[in-house]
Write a protein that binds this ligand. Structure first.
Ligand SMILES: N[C@@H](CCC(=O)N[C@@H](CS)C(=O)NCC(=O)O)C(=O)O
Length: 119
């Protein structure tokens, strides 16, 4: 079972690489503002999780430099559980202007959030 899951993960990564989405083009200034805003967001994820791949593809489509933290690493896993409350990925950590932190689970919700804010 573990081998099959590993194999499926590699296939997902390969397909994602081969059919990488096109990135949105913005003016230099617009992209700079987006890059700054993105510094407040981090995606807790597993590299080969299909839901995480889906979110990363949406970020690429929108030209968002989304920082990722691999929740298989003990440090990020612990941060995710402590902050978000669940060991589930993908999870987007959002730091608001007032310093408040929101932990958003569910790939569809994360993608909808990124599209609403940055599309
Ligand atoms: N409905 C969720 C599904 C997320 C999900 O099932 N994630 C799996 C990894 S692919 C997970 O975190 N499982 C918990 C674990 O492996 O401990 C979404 O769309 O984000």
């Amino acid at each position: 079972m573990k081998v099959i899951r590993w194999l499926l993960g590699r296939i997902i990564l390969l397909l994602n690489f081969l059919f990488s989405p096109k990135s949105l083009k913005r003016s230099e200034n617009e992209q700079k503002a987006i890059d700054e805003a993105m510094a407040q967001l981090q995606l807790y994820q597993f590299a080969a999780c299909p839901f995480c791949v889906k979110v990363r593809r949406a970020a690429k489509r929108l030209s968002l430099p989304l920082e990722t933290k691999d929740a298989k690493q003990a440090q990020w896993e612990q941060e995710l559980i402590t902050g978000g409350g669940q060991r589930k990925v993908p999870c987007l950590r959002i730091e608001n202007h007032n310093g408040e932190v929101e932990w958003m689970y569910e790939s569809n919700d994360i993608i909808a959030y990124l599209e609403k804010r940055f599309a």
